[in-house]
Write a protein that binds this ligand. Structure first.
Ligand code: FES
Ligand code: FES
Length: 851
């Protein structure tokens, strides 16, 4: 028997347990989160005898006589201070890392309530945040210390919820003190645990699956294989390319190491792991296709029936060859960008339970309707027989658009008629989840003697891995944005995405543009040098201005603010010796003629407006933005609004959280619905309107790719940006200045948070993040991904440019993705100035961060 003191109570365990599991599973203390269970992320931080320690590296048998405190054990005053300070500073995004941050801060406060900036950074060295860039978390900790030190009253922020004002995030306080419910926090009586047996080889034929020994084990419910699938075994994020097997059937060939071959359900996690080892799978090992070169070869094995070329995109405008031949300066380089891990702090988890005629699914994803579509297909059910309800989402960045665990949880629950939870371990998440596409880009860019751009020609090759996911659209965006946001009109792009037996590429913040912008912007720096002008001047000369025509033919609208972003960083560029610069543009919305609809249902119940949309908040704060749209339009007080969670049986389908679209598309739908509510109010009270139920809609109409039109409208809006990266005399990051044209900042704190977080993600992409593959398998652990820590992050100055006066969504243009696009080329430019080496591969080599 082991005795452990937790939050002042003595508890007893009869066997030694991992402390994190003991806290979460046995004691229901779920503020400690399971981000990795390998001591690398800090989401499980607790205080042991006054020191911040990760619970997942402790065992209960070593804790006798020690005092352990979790966030639940802090005083009400401490919890209230943290809830206020983290919300007031905008430090909470997805929130999954925040309870761990709060515990590290609490340990620091035991030493000092007047911490310096350095002390705060050092206190956070064991905590990773993938969303915020740490800036606002550090501010929150300093503010918390000050309130505690001065014992002053916690201020109240009065707010009317107006657009453009500092509205507290609706989910901030709960997330800050660990009260938010994430997918793995769901517990249902009689719940079983499920997990997949995965392929041992990137490419092998499954000859047989023997589950007898596993199923004979006490506590094992059943082993499910493809033969048990009641509907269609193949799923796919784009329903017209459903090429992803839920389970690889006997006789079929695996496509990557993350492929699931069988699913096991057991009464507890220990039994589950033991049973998985007893599932005997016999394989015929086949030679894998591991590079684009191999995939292209005439005699290459076909990974999918139709061959290894997933998608081919060409774009041509003007006469490129002639323009290049007549140009004064021409540069050509080949660039390589790697696959990278999303590294959201919350590993994938889903819980499903049987209902009368189908299933109920609780998940953490980027669209409950995508899940409903894919899982109902798999189970052979009508969509309305699969009800999907979202929990909080601990980060996504595009990586939670594809099915990972939802379909497996749904299948187990439906076949076994029991509640089942499936959660990936961190390592499994790394092996299974989609990645940012690795690309090889050969690019030629030309200009005249004054530095005016004349032409660009590129070939882009994308490794889309084992399954299509969004490999086609990602490549398409890489191609459509390869010109950069400049005023020239001769472009030729040829892009191809190939299947390989590597991890599938999928949506990742930036959506292909992160890759092509590295080539575009680096080439432009070279041209500036040949002309003899600065990196700022060449961009300022060529920057797209309102009324001019983008290289894709679209006319830049009056709200185009690229020049303003350049001018915002001019002084910093002039005053710093090693300053690298990059511009970017990124579409808001899916565009290119595809259906793109935002919807909002407003229902009045007992004098409150229930704001119902299925827009997934993956950290960006869309619920609060929608609240602001509603309050601005109607004048209703925020206390009279209930923002509901996405649920396919209650909230209308407003599309996936992708393509920086939710603020614009769902935001506009909220505005449209709110205008109707305002009309209905007309002197009445909300209570008078009880029973009111109305759905507003906004549909973005755009032109198809390849349409025969001089000035097609490919996207309803573009955001623009300029980022500046400054190195110190030792070649270390000193400062980043990020100026972003966001149209209109609906919630300025949230916009700053997006910028700071995106910049840090971009710095990691540029300098530290690595993901080598061996035989199709990522050779990394969470702790070796190279994610930047608080102590490595330089000063970040975010500048918001607001120029758009469109009525649509109050002028917002979306900011989620563009924040990460210009960072890596700006870092490259800074190093080029620093040591004269023109680097063409990410992450950059021979820097202070990577030898
Ligand atoms: S869960 Fe403990 S450090 Fe990640
Ligand atoms: S808020 Fe830190 S990981 Fe999301």
């Amino acid at each position: 028997m082991f005795r452990v003191e937790i939050n002042g109570n003595i508890t007893e365990t009869n066997k030694s347990k991992n402390l994190l599991e003991y806290l979460r599973d046995d004691l229901d203390l779920t503020s400690a989160k399971n981000g990795c269970r390998e001591g690398a992320c800090g989401t499980c931080m607790v205080i042991v005898d006054g020191r911040a320690i990760k619970a997942c590296v402790l065992k209960t048998d070593k804790l006798e006589g020690k005092k352990i405190t979790t966030l639940e054990g802090l005083s009400q005053r401490e919890r209230d201070v943290f809830a206020y300070a983290f919300t007031e500073t905008g430090a909470v995004q997805c929130g999954f890392c925040i309870p761990g941050m709060v515990m590290s801060a609490t340990a620091l406060f035991l030493k000092t309530l007047e911490p310096t900036k350095d002390q705060v950074k050092k206190a956070l060295v064991g905590n990773i945040c993938r969303c915020t860039g740490y800036v606002k978390i550090e501010e929150a900790i300093v503010m918390s210390a000050e309130i505690m030190r001065t014992e002053r009253e916690i201020p109240k922020r009065e707010c009317k919820g107006m657009v453009g004002s500092h509205v507290h995030r609706i989910d901030g306080p709960g997330k800050a003190v660990g009260e938010g419910t994430y997918a793995e926090d769901i517990k249902i009586d009689g719940m079983y645990y499920g997990s997949a047996v995965r392929s041992e080889y990137p490419r092998a034929r499954v000859l047989s699956i023997d589950a007898r020994e596993a199923e004979a084990m006490e506590g094992v419910l059943k082993v499910v294989t493809a033969a048990d699938v009641p509907g269609l075994n193949n799923i796919g994020h784009l329903s017209f390319i459903s090429d992803w097997d839920t389970l690889i059937p006997v006789g079929e060939v695996t496509r990557y190491r993350g492929d699931a071959v069988a699913l096991v359900a057991a009464k507890d996690k220990e039994t589950l792991e033991a049973a998985k080892k007893l599932v005997r799978v016999e394989y015929e090992v086949l030679t894998p296709v591991l590079t684009i070169e191999e995939a292209k070869a005439e005699d290459a094995p076909k990974i999918h029936e139709k061959g290894n070329l997933l998608f081919h995109q060409t774009l041509t405008r003007g006469d490129v060859e002639k323009a290049i031949a007549e140009s004064k300066h021409v540069v050509t380089h080949t660039y390589n960008t790697p696959a990278t891990e999303h590294a959201y702090l919350e590993p994938e988890s889903a819980t499903a339970l049987p209902t009368e005629d189908g299933i109920q699914l609780y998940t953490s994803s980027q669209s409950v309707y995508d899940e409903q579509r894919e899982v109902s297909r798999l189970l052979g059910l009508e969509p309305n027989q699969v009800r999907v309800t979202s929990t909080l989402v601990g980060g996504g960045f595009g990586g939670k658009e594809d099915m990972s665990v939802q379909h497996h949880a749904g299948l187990l629950a439906y076949v076994l008629q029991k509640p089942v939870q499936v959660t990936l371990t961190r390592q499994e998440s790394i092996y299974v989840s989609t990645k940012r596409h690795a690309m090889e880009i050969e690019m030629t860019t030309a200009c005249d003697e004054n530095g005016m751009l004349t032409a660009m020609k590129a070939t882009i090759l994308s490794d889309t891995g084992a399954y299509s996911s969004l490999g086609g659209p990602v490549l398409q965006r890489a191609c459509t944005h390869a010109s950069g946001p400049y005023n020239y009109h001769n472009i030729e792009v040829d892009g191809k995405a190939y299947y390989t037996n590597n991890s599938p590429g999928g949506a990742f913040r930036g959506f292909g543009v992160t890759q092509s912008a590295f080539a575009t912007e680096s080439n432009i720096n070279k041209l500036a040098e040949l002309v003899g002008i600065s990196a700022w001047e060449i961009r300022h000369k060529n920057a797209i201005r309102p009324g001019q025509v983008l290289p894709n033919g679209q006319i830049a609208d009056a709200g185009t603010g690229l020049v303003e972003t350049l001018e915002a960083v001019k002084d910093e560029f002039d005053n710093n010796k090693y300053a690298g610069l990059s511009c970017a543009f990124k579409n808001a919305g899916i565009g290119v003629g595809l259906p793109d609809i935002g919807k909002c249902r407003l229902t009045v119940i007992e004098g409150k407006v229930h704001l119902r949309t299925s827009a997934a908040c993956i950290g960006q704060g869309v619920g609060t933005v929608n609240l602001q749209m509603l309050c601005q339009t109607t004048g209703i007080d925020p206390v009279d609004v209930v923002v509901e969670t996405p649920d396919t049986h209650v909230t209308p389908n407003t599309g996936t959280t992708t393509a920086s679209r939710q603020t614009v598309f769902t935001g506009e739908a909220v505005r449209v619905a709110a205008l109707e509510l305002k009309k209905a109010l007309n002197g009445k009270t909300l209570t008078d309107l009880n029973g009111y139920d109305h759905t507003g809609e906004y549909s973005g109409v755009t032109d198809k790719m390849g349409i025969d039109k001089e000035n097609p409208e490919s996207h309803i809006a573009y955001g623009y940006a300029t980022q500046l990266v400054v190195l110190d005399d030792n070649g270390k990051l000193k400062k980043v200045v990020a100026a972003h044209d966001v149209g209109k900042a609906i919630n300025p704190k949230s916009v700053e948070g997006q910028i700071e977080g995106g910049v840090v993600m971009g710095l990691g992409y540029a300098l530290t993040e690595v993901m080598p593959f061996e035989n199709g398998m990522p050779q990394v652990k969470f702790g070796t991904l190279g994610l930047l820590r608080a102590t490595q992050v330089p000063e970040i100055k975010s500048l918001i440019v607001e120029k758009n006066t469109e009525e649509l969504a109050y002028g917002a243009k979306g900011v989620g993705e563009i924040v990460v696009i210009p960072t890596a080329p700006a870092v490259q430019g800074a190093y080029y100035k620093f040591d004269g080496e023109f680097r063409t591969e990410l992450p950059l080599k021979r820097t202070a961060y990577r030898k």
